[in-house]
Design a protein around this ligand. Structure first.
Ligand SMILES: [Zn+2]
Length: 244
């Protein structure tokens, strides 16, 4: 498929984009208040009609134009590969989690050793991007579950976090998306997710606070109903991590 610039502005589902209805004030307010409109990532129905190569070629073209408008000399050896690099990074790396085909495949195992206490996976690296400013959100996630008779490989917990992080995000949505995926794959409601992250859109621009971080939580099942369970989880999270 030949890259076609106009297709970006004309979703094939006929939905009109009302970008021009948003004035500067609305745009700044929504961004700085980090308002999310839905717990599902707002994707169009035709989101995956273009393949990754076509998306990369189109983004490259458009990013070159952004750099051009900024006045950068794209014949400079250091800059000329940047549009291609950014396009590949968007599609293959930092926004690869938009594509449901990339969702980690999770195999469940029988909990043969009858471990029925909580399992906590803590300090999972979170590297995401704020959907209002497209700058990084960097932090840690702590997740826990109580087995309903099934267990999953530990690294799958990290992979589920990473999959949902690799999207333009708001932290509240990221937290809920991880929790609901864990509930689904682990077949239990007893799930907890805490994310503590720094937003570069808060530290680099706007209010320019370099010290604050944002904590979001989702507790369900025993973690919501039983105070002792929740306290135990929080105690594990706050304890120093074992040295290697
Ligand atoms: Zn932001």
């Amino acid at each position: 498929m030949k890259p076609n610039g106009t297709s970006l502005n004309t979703p094939s589902n006929g939905q009109s984009l009302d970008f021009d209805l948003l004035n500067d004030l609305t745009v700044d307010e929504m961004g700085d208040e980090h308002v999310a409109t839905s717990m599902e990532t707002p994707l169009r129905d035709d989101a995956f009609e273009l393949n990754d190569d076509t998306k990369t070629a189109l983004i490259e073209e458009h990013f070159r134009e952004i750099m051009n408008i900024l006045g950068l000399d794209l014949t400079d050896d250091s800059l000329k590969g940047t549009p291609r690099r950014v396009a590949k990074m968007y599609v293959k790396e930092i926004f690869s989690g938009l594509n449901p085909a990339k969702k980690p495949k999770v195999a469940l195992f029988e909990n043969k050793y009858h471990y029925n206490e909580m399992l906590v996976e803590k300090n999972i690296t979170v590297q995401s991007h704020c959907e209002h400013h497209f700058v990084p959100i960097l932090g840690r996630a702590h997740v826990a579950y109580i087995s309903s008779g099934k267990v999953i490989g530990l690294s799958k917990l990290n992979r589920i976090v990473q999959y949902f992080a690799k999207r333009p995000q708001v932290q509240e949505r990221l937290t809920v998306q991880i929790a609901s995926e864990l509930k689904k794959v682990l077949q239990t409601d007893d799930v907890a997710v805490v994310i503590d992250a720094r937003h570069l859109c808060v530290s680099m621009r706007g209010v320019q606070d370099v010290n604050s971080s944002t904590v979001t939580v989702h507790y369900s099942g025993k973690f919501k109903e039983d105070d002792a369970t929740r306290q135990e989880f929080l105690r594990h999270v706050s304890e120093p991590t074992a040295a290697l």
